[in-house]
Design a protein around this ligand. Structure first.
Ligand SMILES: *[C@@H]1O[C@H](CO)[C@@H](O)[C@H](O)[C@H]1NC(C)=O
Ligand SMILES: *[C@@H]1O[C@H](CO)[C@@H](O)[C@H](O)[C@H]1NC(C)=O
Ligand SMILES: *[C@@H]1O[C@H](CO)[C@@H](O)[C@H](O)[C@H]1NC(C)=O
Length: 463
């Protein structure tokens, strides 16, 4: 008896010892290491020599080809080593948790509308500001992103470059173009004339998008500045929609905007000839273009949670998760408990089965100011007027707006009814029609990191 207990203990002790040797908390994979800390301290002692980046005016006629601020996504995907995978899993959790938190706030501000938010884009935007922040601002952004608060020395500080490298790996999985995916991502930084930026800050932002534009704009005349920014933005983006900027404060010295366009085609889906009814609520319907697809999909009808869940592949890495309330359940109820855990539970017990799915084509646009969302969750000062952004510039930085614009389209493959494929055959397909409000997520298949999250209340309208 005793020897058995001792054996168990020994085995346990050995495992713990072995784990201790190799286990590194995933946070430390994102923090400065000893040697980068020493380098940082050296740089700190030799201040005053930092190179500056002088933005050209928004009026200047330089062509985009002459711009050097490009960072193409590496095509294809490198396979991740063990450490890379561990980092991806850890980062996914943080991106999704923050995404759900800010999605809840954004949705509360637009209760009855279709809302769309990109957790990966939002996280990247906040990391961009983290890279320019110092002192109190960087130490509050670190835990806001979900990382542990800083510790006794520099090795407990988040290294924004490493986070960007991992986010870029996620982007290259999600946004790599293929037959069924078309995607682009841009970032824009507008600063007041005379504001010189730190060159290293500007270059640090390159991995955040495939093109970065930095321009000087005279915010002192807000009406003109708004018009200039909107037209500059519109000239470059692929889908024109609502203006990115409605107003701006004359005291602004810096504004950030990002744009992401994602267009996915559902494999083997064909368009329905006539528009179909979509019930916004039990009394109101609209006619919308729809598409239809037959095939084997991972699916479940959960009678406890009263949800129907279906997973639709768009490409090798990109998937759609569609969650429709059933049996008197409502989207509002699903939203009210939406979290990292409920999202994970949607994936439980999915089974492959033959489904005939009919759903709306989507063209959803969303423009949100991150400061409005932060104000809504009682954190107006996280990136407010008093923020310390001294790693961006020596000048007095007063952040005007931090805007994310996301454009999401979902389409059929344009096949006509005669060519439609039905690979299933063996069992009778279950009829599923998304004709009332539902939840939609676009995520990366391996990590389940969320590129987009949307409450589709009306497929034709969005904020
Ligand atoms: C420390 O971090 C830097 C930057 O991420 C990296 O280039 C370097 O290899 C790391 N050094 C060690 C000893 O891990
Ligand atoms: C740089 O110097 C400032 C002021 O001396 C100090 O507060 C800060 O912690 C230093 N940063 C690093 C990374 O050593
Ligand atoms: C930072 O703190 C950790 C843990 O207390 C310690 O192991 C490490 O040597 C410290 N690094 C520096 C640069 O002081």
């Amino acid at each position: 008896m005793h020897s058995g207990v001792i054996l168990v203990c020994l085995a346990g002790c050995i495992t713990i010892a072995a784990c201790n040797r190799v286990y590194v908390h995933p946070f430390h994979l994102f923090a400065y290491n000893q040697s980068s800390c020493e380098k940082l301290e050296q740089e700190n002692q030799t201040t005053g020599e930092a190179k500056t980046f002088i933005p050209i005016s928004i009026d200047s006629k330089i062509t985009d080809e002459e711009e050097i601020l490009r960072d193409r996504f590496s095509s294809g995907t490198q396979s991740l080593d063990l450490e890379g995978r561990q980092m991806l899993i850890y980062l996914t959790e943080l991106v999704n948790i923050l995404g759900f938190r800010l999605f809840a706030a954004w949705k509360e501000m637009h209760k009855s509308e279709t809302v769309l938010l990109s957790p990966t884009n939002l996280f990247g935007t906040l990391v961009s500001f983290y890279l320019g922040a110092s002192k109190d601002t960087s130490s509050s952004l670190q835990p806001f992103l979900g990382f542990p608060s800083g510790g006794p020395n520099c090795t407990f500080k988040l290294d924004g470059h490493i986070v960007f490298t991992s986010l870029k790996a996620i982007d290259s999985l999600l946004l790599s173009k293929g037959v069924n995916i078309d995607a682009s991502k841009m970032a824009f930084l507008f600063v007041a004339p005379g504001v010189h930026l730190s060159e290293s800050f500007v270059y640090d932002l390159l991995p955040s998008a495939d093109s970065l534009f930095v321009r000087a704009v005279a915010f002192s005349d807000p009406a003109v500045a708004t018009e200039q920014i909107n037209s500059f933005f519109n000239d470059r983006i692929s889908r024109k929609g609502n203006p990115v900027l409605t107003t701006v404060d004359a005291a602004t010295t810096l504004m950030y905007a990002s744009y992401m366009h994602f267009k996915g085609k559902v494999k083997n889906a064909f368009p329905l000839a006539d528009h179909q009814d979509f019930w916004i609520d039990s009394n109101t319907k609209v006619l919308v273009p729809m598409m239809s697809v037959k095939g084997r999909f991972e699916f479940k009808h959960d009678d406890v949670e009263n949800v129907l869940v279906i997973k639709v592949p768009l490409s090798e890495n990109d998937f759609l998760l569609l969650v429709q309330p059933t049996h008197g359940n409502t989207l509002k109820k699903i939203e009210s408990t939406l979290s990292f855990n409920s999202y994970s539970s949607f994936f439980g017990n999915l089974r492959s089965r033959s489904v005939h799915l009919t759903m709306p084509k989507l063209s959803i646009e969303s423009t949100y100011d991150i400061q409005d969302i932060l104000a809504h969750i009682q954190l107006p000062n996280l990136l407010g007027k008093k923020s310390d952004l001294s790693r961006m510039s020596d000048a007095d930085i007063r952040v005007g707006k931090i805007v994310n614009k996301v454009y999401f389209e979902l389409e059929d493959c344009g096949m006509d009814a005669g060519q439609r494929m039905d690979p299933s055959g063996e069992d009778v397909p279950l009829e599923v029609t998304l004709n009332k409000p539902y939840l939609l997520a676009v995520y990366e298949g391996g990590s389940k990191v969320l590129m987009a999250l949307s409450s589709v209340r009306n497929p034709m309208m969005s904020v």
